[in-house]
Each structure stands twice: as structure tokens, then as C-alpha cells.
Design a protein around this ligand. Structure first.
Ligand SMILES: *Cc1c(COP(=O)(O)O)cnc(C)c1O
Length: 390
């Protein structure tokens, strides 16, 4: 399906709402019926009628159609956060006694679920280095029901070979779930590689303006319908109509935003690689990236997030660098209009900082929609502020 069609037309029945170009926000909790029999049918199959907005809602419906098509999926559910999408996808495919193989260091709240919530229900997890498919094969047990992937990871960008792992999982009847937040369907389509469920944080590039939290989950219709009738309805964390409307608006400019951010990213990566205070730059589409070949094989692009390792003897140097930036904001998240910096050392106690540990000296940069020269000037100023410090 043509991407311009998906973004501008698919799902939009303008004759139903005064031929308005922008779809209405159907801000209602419930829907009225004229016939008892229609109400009865709706109770029997809530997945095909407007009954109550914890289930289906017409504004959300437009968004679901577009997001499913972008991922090349049969169907889609949109949640109130990416974390909720992760939770529903995993919960729907495990029971007590089951086992999960997960890539090591998945997104924080996926890891919390694996380590804090699931053990209470006798579900165990093995973490593997996802850079080698063989590690997944070795970790599979007779009770393994889910392989959880995140490719690329959002800090150090480790990739997994999606088609090889999908094939392995199918041989063992294991469901594969992949967090695709970094790439979005614009730059990677895990379903085409045989992955069963693909999710992303809609908070990032889909919303794109740092004003909404949302999560997207796509897969085969049968699986998505099963999740709708159980986890989605029961957890009750479906996206609300206004937020769905913001995501539809975000989608209009998704390709153009990524195109711009991609160009800026290459320019800024070039600048960072040449700077003497930068020990190393990590970016999946840079030829120096350890898994560059795999990135080229399964991704059509990369942008926005870049991790740098500063040459620094103390956490204070890194802190001064971050605090000297005038335009690049210090904050979590990414995917919005504004550029951001996030130092790894903010997640640890100052006394545990070890300059010999490269990871402690890492900073994650998100490149937003500003002019690249404006961002480079800001970075230069911060480098100057630490020039006299080791
Ligand atoms: C932000 C993020 C999530 C979680 O999404 P929320 O919308 O914040 O709940 C999941 N995975 C990755 C890689 C993320 O960056």
C-alpha cells in the first residue's frame, strides 16, 4: 500500500463527518442502540461494533487502520502507553510455568515486568546477548513460549537478526515480540521478517511532538482480536480519542520528520566523530558500527538517537557538559521536535561512577527538528566548557 495513501486517506470516511479534512474527535464513552437485538449482537462481539470506548472508538479506529497498514500487519491495537502494549503482548502469550527468552537490557519497563511481576506468577526469563542468533537457540527450553526482542536497542543499539530468530521460533512454536520503537515502520518492518507481534512506543516518533503518551501493537488479526477481548479490555489502557487524534496528526508528517532528522543525524554524527573529546560514536548506520551489515540488511534507515562516549575522568565533567548545553534539553524520551541529551551517569550514584567503564561515560543524544548548525554550535559550546577539565 502506498505510504501517502495510508497517511492521508486510509480509514478516513469523510462523508460520515461533513467532509471535514481533519477527522473528528469522537469524545464519547458509550454508543446508543435502537434495537435490543443490535445491543445483544454487540455484547456477543464487541470487536465489531461501537459499544463502549474502553473497547472500540471511531477516532481510534482511523488510527488503528493506518498503523496496521504502516507495519504491513493485519490488525493493530493502540494503547495508552508503550509499556501497556508490551505488557499486553507478553501477558497474552504466557501462563504459569512458562519461560521467556529476552534480549538482554530490554526497555526498562519490559525488564521490570520480567523481574518484578512475572516471577510472582511462576514465569521465568533468560536474558541472552542478542547479537548472535545461536544464543537464542541455546536458551530455548520446552516451556519457552515467548522470545522478546528489541532491535535496535534504544541506548547501545544492539540488533538481532529478525528473520533468523523468527524462523528459529517457528520451529519451536514460540511467539516472537519485537520492540520497534527506534526504527518505526518507516525504517523497519519486523512482520515482513516473520515476527509475530511488533510494538512501538507511539510517544516517540508517531506522536512526534512530546505531548502524548501512547503504544502501538500490531500482528495477525486472530492474535490481535484475542488480545482485544482479553488483555486490552481487561487492563483498560486503550488510547483515548483525543490522544488518538494527536497521533493521526503526528502521522501526517512522520515521513518528512524522519527524513529531516536523518539528514541532521548524519551531519551531527560526522561532527561528533571528528571531535577530540569524543572517544566513540555509536549509530547503527555508521560503517564503524559493529553490526553495520545487519543494520543495512534489515533496516532501511536510522536516525535521531546517537550515543557518544566522552573522554572524561570524572562524572563532574559529564555533568558540566550536559548542564552547559543551552538548547539541547536534558530529559528522558525522544522522538519529538526538540533535541535532547541523557547521560548514563544520571542513572547511578555518583560514588559508583568509574571512568574506566566506558558505559558510565556514555551520553545519549536525540537529534530533533532544529537546524543541524544550531545544534552543532550548542554542542561546541558544551565541549568548550569542559576544555580545561580532564
Ligand atoms: C519509550 C519506550 C518504550 C515505552 O513506551 P511508553 O510510551 O513510554 O510507555 C518502550 N520501548 C522503547 C524502546 C522506548 O524507548
Amino acid at each position: 500500500m502506498d505510504i501517502s495513501y495510508i497517511i492521508n486517506e486510509l480509514g478516513e470516511e469523510r462523508e460520515d463527518y461533513f467532509r471535514a479534512i481533519a477527522p473528528p474527535i469522537i469524545q464519547t464513552s458509550n454508543f446508543a442502540f435502537k434495537k435490543v437485538d443490535d445491543l445483544r449482537k454487540s455484547f456477543e462481539d464487541e470487536y465489531s461494533t461501537w459499544l463502549y470506548s474502553r473497547g472500540l472508538n471511531p477516532t481510534v479506529e482511523i488510527l488503528r487502520k493506518k498503523l496496521a497498514a504502516l507495519d504491513g500487519a493485519e490488525d493493530c491495537l493502540v494503547f495508552n502507553s508503550g509499556a501497556a502494549a508490551i505488557f499486553a503482548a507478553v501477558l497474552a502469550n504466557i501462563k504459569s510455568g512458562d519461560h521467556i527468552v529476552s534480549v538482554k537490557s530490554p526497555y526498562t519497563w519490559a525488564q521490570r515486568m520480567f523481574e518484578v511481576i512475572l516471577p510472582r506468577f511462576n514465569v521465568t526469563v533468560t536474558y541472552v546477548d542478542g547479537c548472535s542468533t545461536e544464543n537464542f537457540a541455546l536458551a530455548i527450553q520446552p516451556t519457552t513460549k515467548v522470545i522478546y526482542l528489541e532491535s535496535p536497542n534504544s541506548w547501545f543499539f544492539e540488533l538481532q537478526d529478525l528473520s533468523a530468530i523468527a524462523l528459529l521460533a517457528k520451529q519451536h512454536n514460540i511467539i516472537t515480540i519485537c520492540d520497534n520503537s527506534y526504527c518505526t515502520p518507516i525504517y523497519q518492518q519486523p512482520i515482513a521478517f516473520g515476527i509475530d507481534l511488533v510494538l512501538q512506543s507511539g510517544t516517540k516518533y508517531i506522536a512526534g511532538h512530546s505531548d502524548t503518551v501512547a503504544g502501538v501493537l500490531c500482528g495477525k488479526r486472530q492474535m490481535i482480536e484475542r488480545i482485544f477481548n482479553s488483555e486490552y479490555m481487561n487492563i483498560g489502557s486503550g488510547i483515548q480519542p483525543f490522544n488518538a487524534w494527536l497521533l493521526i496528526r503526528g502521522l501526517r508528517t512522520l515521513p518528512v520528520r524522519l527524513e529531516r532528522i536523518t539528514r541532521s543525524t548524519y551531519e551531527i554524527v560526522g561532527f561528533l566523530k571528528a571531535h577530540p573529546r569524543v572517544e566513540k560514536v555509536l549509530f547503527p548506520m555508521d560503517p564503524s558500527f559493529p553490526q553495520y551489515e545487519l543494520a543495512q540488511k534489515q533496516m532501511t534507515g536510522a536516525c535521531g538517537l546517537v550515543t557518544i562516549f566522552l573522554k572524561a575522568e570524572s562524572a563532574q565533567t559529564i555533568e558540566l557538559f550536559c548542564e552547559s548545553l543551552k538548547h539541547i534539553l536534558m530529559a528522558v524520551s525522544w522522538g519529538g521536535h526538540e533535541s535532547l541529551i541523557l547521560p548514563k551517569c544520571a542513572g547511578m550514584k555518583p560514588e559508583n561512577f568509574d571512568p574506566k567503564n566506558q558505559d558510565h561515560r556514555s551520553l545519549r543524544l536525540y537529534i530533533g527538528l532544529e537546524e543541524p548548525a544550531y545544534l552543532i554550535a550548542d554542542l561546541l559550546g558544551a565541549f568548550e566548557s569542559i576544555a580545561s577539565l580532564s
